[in-house]
Write a protein that binds this ligand. Sequence first.
Ligand SMILES: Nc1ncnc2c1ncn2[C@@H]1O[C@H](C[S@+](CC[C@H]([NH3+])C(=O)[O-])CC(=O)[O-])[C@@H](O)[C@H]1O
Ligand SMILES: O=C(O)C(=O)Cc1ccccc1
Length: 253
Amino acid sequence: MTDSRKRQPPEQATDRLFATERKPEEFRFDASVARVFPDMIRRSVPGYTTIIPMIEVITEQYAQPGSHCYDLGCSLGASTLAMRHGIPFADCHLFGVDNSPAMIERCEHYIALDDSPVPVTLRCEDILDTELSNASVTTLNFTLQFIAPAQRAGLLQRIAEATRPGGVLILSEKLCFESEQEQEIQTRLHHAFKRANGYSDLEISQKRTALEQVLIPETLAQHQERLRAAGFDQVLLWYQCFNFTSLLAIKTP
Ligand SMILES: Nc1ncnc2c1ncn2[C@@H]1O[C@H](C[S@+](CC[C@H]([NH3+])C(=O)[O-])CC(=O)[O-])[C@@H](O)[C@H]1O
Ligand SMILES: O=C(O)C(=O)Cc1ccccc1
């Protein structure tokens, strides 16, 4: 492939994956999702377009010279590129990890189009198996929710152990709520957000069914307690919009 072809951005499309009636099937990060993913996540996750630039701001504050930064579940690299632009040291190494070949293939194109100096290595791997060491900033931007709940504590412990003193984990997640009333209100607001972004009731309901066994949200308290038990000293909620949040877990220097 010539250099100029390699540098073309992948074509992007509008998400109509759930627009027509389809047989119930579990949601997967396959090629059809990868093709529409920027549109899908922007229209589906309240606050996503705010969180991405803030990942750059947070990374700039916490990246340490000579350290590793990790974006776990990097998809097409939106959070990876935000981290790359925030890292103020050329001797840091950034790793983007995702187990979807369709995502990693497209992500490679976006990384190649970006010419900032921080080296990036993409790994098509399960984040449960990926090697972690010498970390200053690690991001799980809406990824932990797709990991089986029984595996979550072990992964967070591995991240905390790999994190240097003064380093952080940025954890963004869809939440559920202990109060049934709050669960109902926040879900209604999330669905209203999706409708305002052009999704029909059929699209909202079919995607909801497809995600039921795949995206398993937990409460804010569950996340905060598990992050502390994993070895993070401070857990700050820095963003919430409806049932979507982002936390900053800090290992004290
Ligand atoms: N076990 C796993 N190992 C590796 N990757 C996984 C695993 N399970 C799921 N993934 C990957 O985690 C990503 C989650 S999307 C992240 C968005 C991105 N961070 C963004 O800021 O744009 C969030 C969403 O779709 O709501 C997908 O690309 C999966 O393939
Ligand atoms: O679409 C939804 O309802 C979500 O909860 C978020 C989402 C966004 C992109 C892929 C999977 C889930």
